[in-house]
Design a binder for this molecule. Sequence first.
Ligand SMILES: Cc1cc2nc3c(=O)[nH]c(=O)nc-3n(C[C@H](O)[C@H](O)[C@H](O)COP(=O)(O)O)c2cc1C
Length: 401
Amino acid sequence: MSDLAGKKVLLGVCGGISAYKVAELARLLVKAGADVKVMMTESGQKFVTPLTFRTLTGNPVATTLWSDPGSPFPHISMSDEADLIVVAPATANIIAKMAGGVADDLLSTTLLAVKSPVLVAPAMNTRMYLHPATRDNMRTLRQRGVVFVEPGDGSLACGDDGLGRMAEPSQIFEAVTRELERSRALEGRTVVITAGPTREHLDPVRFISNPSTGKMGHTLADRAAKRAADVVLISGPTELDCPAGVTLVRVVSADDMSKAVKENLPGADVLVMAAAVADFKPAAVSPTKIKKTDGIPEIDFVPAEDILKSVSKSRGNCLLVGFAAETDNVILNAKAKLVAKKLDLIVANQVDSPGTGFGTDTDLAAVIASESDDVRLSMISKVELADWILDRISDLLSVSR
Ligand SMILES: Cc1cc2nc3c(=O)[nH]c(=O)nc-3n(C[C@H](O)[C@H](O)[C@H](O)COP(=O)(O)O)c2cc1C
């Protein structure tokens, strides 16, 4: 059994028949050394009494926003102290409330004030689980980084047979252990991430650029910070806010980005080049606005610096991760880039299919570590892709430690 000593787990129990199985989950967590606090919805208490969880965990069970003698703000104090929040069984109702940002009881309010990772184990009748509203809500939550322990197929309490049966307590326990490990996986590591487009100015008011929105790099920075890494995000111009706990360096051109990468590389454990850096730039930048009345200008272009190539000589032990945005032979082209640029990982990304590429929330992508990797492109959210990449990075770092 894994050691969860010192870990604080907040267990949210909702109103489904499988609430009784969550008593076993609480027991497994306590046995592994976790400090488990339980929060029950009003419906949850109709299925199992707070006394059951009070007895199993040794902690008082929180049931209301209004009368906790320990804290006037139980939703803030309990979300603050948790290393992980687990919602099990997660009803269709709590999933909808989480997706919609509804805060009308203690558990939903706590889930809105959350800082820690959230693990959700849905349990419900098949029709409720497959209802488009529930599917949409789960998709929304996945895109925000909520991790689901998927329900299984089997006989349900309502007498039906089908999908919606809560994962077994042992499976949820394993997922808890995995998430808690993940949340500290990059502790003490410095991760430098580039994001967004660059702008290559022709004159003070005109530039060439590309449609990159910076979503991938910002998502990676957010997820790396959630794994306790020290994150430096070097971002070209985007509309996005800096993720919490991340140091943001704003740049404009490929030259600026190169300079910022080189300044931040010493001491970094990982460089992830998720930015869409210009491949070429105007040979000269006019210091004043090019006048329309002077006719159509002839502009010469020169190659912009290949940042990955130029830093690969001075990388030391820093892992290098590149992206290959491709429209054809995606995996083949990505593998060629992996080898040519001596990268540790490359993310192959098909950018010309519906729902993929610039500005989307999903990607058709694969993470490749070597020429011989047998991989396929999968359609996944940017958050999931960021987690895949960071899982691979954590594995590579733990081998090199
Ligand atoms: C006997 C019974 C069993 C239920 N089981 C479930 C369930 O497994 N999953 C679910 O989403 N809702 C289930 N419900 C409905 C929820 O209890 C109801 O939607 C409630 O509002 C959920 O509140 P909560 O999310 O605050 O706990 C059940 C209701 C009853 C009466």
